[in-house]
Design a protein around this ligand. Sequence first.
Ligand code: G3P
Ligand code: CA
Length: 277
Amino acid sequence: MSSGPTPDSEPLIIGHRGASAHAPENTLVAFERALGDGADGLELDVRLSRDGVPFVIHDATLVRTALREGHVESLGSEELSALDAGTWFNLRRPAFAREEFARESVPTLAEVFKRFGRRARVLYVEMKCDEPGRGAGLAHSVVELTRAHGLAHSVVLKSFAHELVREGKRLAPEIRAAALFDRQWARPLVAPSTVIAKAAACRADEISLHRSLLRRTTVEAAKRQGFGVVVWTVDTPFWLRRARALGLSAVITNRPAEMRAALETLARPGAGGREKQ
Ligand code: G3P
Ligand code: CA
């Protein structure tokens, strides 16, 4: 396994799609805000354009975050770069709207690496792919860009599609990778041994759990096997206390500022240390 945070360190705070509670998700302004708000690292979603360029966007379609019809994979990179990726946020979250958000575009992964690669301690790059047959190309492009930007030490490849995690590790054993487990594994609750077997099968270094799956038994079993454990998406101090008590490597949050403030309070001398939960 590639090396990660030491087990006794505080959990890293990772901005989920940037500081996505306060700025349009997966845009440069959201990533800037996350780091400015005290995030240690960033989480972002990547999809391939029609011409094979990795773009940072969550949904397969453009409807929600670019307010137009169409699929990411059916647009060329020039068309994707011309989209407005911020107006939707101003309309949906008027309390946080800013005129300049309407000038945000859908960034390429290369742009994000160039601007934040040296400033973020960790970059969780989630590979999203709905088209069978393009997944290997996505993993290949992300690995190539990671190496080209000299970021093999800070990028963590991850996906719900564990075959993409496996492909990433096959191509680049030196880059860390995380197997994602979504909330559907909570009912009935997946056994720790199943989580570990699935993560091991794709050669992941980390296990990334939806908060509904966070159990001491799972975390302890995973840590015994050498996996780092991360929880997403958590926005309140309750989860930070839990993450500290369980010795998680990172929390992925839409609200890095609030989580940083909470961590500073909890880690203050005399705050009671890490309680067992
Ligand atoms: O970090 C995991 C989380 O980002 C996965 O869910 O839908 O936000 O990409 P989603
Ligand atoms: Ca994601």
